[in-house]
Design a protein around this ligand. Structure first.
Ligand code: DC
Length: 219
């Protein structure tokens, strides 16, 4: 069974998906981590994302290992280096929207996502999971929250990788990133028509996990 959780940055998708997967004894896949890993790889190799040829060549060279242990975060290894923390840094965050809008990048990641899930029990989180990657998923959820709450949550994420940023700057970045993610031609951030919307502005993580869990279990 596949359960999709989509929504913008900072609504608590990752933590919710991880906890929900644990409760259901499913695996969990963070697709944003894959776009972040490709962004990291492009930055380290000075790939000009305006050059289709260069993007295609480097995507061919990319050896991305995605590990999705039960009950733990998606682990990303690039050429023997565990980059799971590096991909959370600001340098990557600032560039990931542009990289994830590239057709070749999306083709590669979506193919990989389908291969990983391969009819197993998974909670998959991202932006286009319920609309494009798994349109036939059994349960689809779309999380939202207001910008101030999202900025505060992102600030905590950044501090975990030793980056301390101003809340107002984070909020501005979130607005900009939503704009790019929602208006790109390919797989924009959009609620699937059959997705259940959950506003997480006033929820604790446990409350949002319970809401989803109870819905699935029809409690
Ligand atoms: O969830 P996140 O912040 O780690 O996602 C990083 C970026 O990747 C975000 O700007 C949008 C993009 N993304 C995407 O385009 N499609 C997905 N399925 C997941 C993430």
């Amino acid at each position: 069974m596949v359960i999709t959780i989509d929504g913008p940055a900072g609504v608590g998708k990752t933590t919710t998906a991880k906890k929900l997967a644990k409760k259901l004894e499913f695996r969990y896949l963070d697709t944003g981590a894959m776009y972040r890993a490709i962004t990291y790889f492009f930055i380290k190799n000075n790939v000009d994302i305006n050059s289709e040829e260069m993007v295609a060549n480097f995507l061919d060279l990319l050896e991305l290992e995605v590990d999705f242990p039960i009950d733990n975060q998606t682990k990303i290894v690039l050429g023997n280096k565990n980059i799971s923390d590096d991909i959370r840094k600001k340098e990557v965050t600032d560039n990931v929207s542009k990289v994830s809008a590239l057709e070749k990048v999306r083709e590669k990641t979506v193919r990989l996502q389908k291969k990983i899930v391969n009819n197993n029990d998974f909670v998959v989180e991202g932006r286009d999971i319920g609309t494009v990657v798994f349109p036939n998923a059994e349960y689809k959820f779309f999380l939202t929250a207001d910008y101030d709450v999202r900025a505060k949550r992102r600030s905590k994420d950044f501090s975990k990788v030793d980056e301390n940023l101003q809340i107002d700057d984070i909020k501005k970045d979130l607005i900009e990133r939503d704009e790019i993610d929602s208006n790109r031609t390919l797989s924009p951030l959009k609620r699937a028509e059959d997705a259940i919307v959950i506003d997480t502005s006033n929820c604790t993580i446990d409350e949002q996990v319970d809401k989803i869990y109870n819905y699935i279990k029809k409690v």
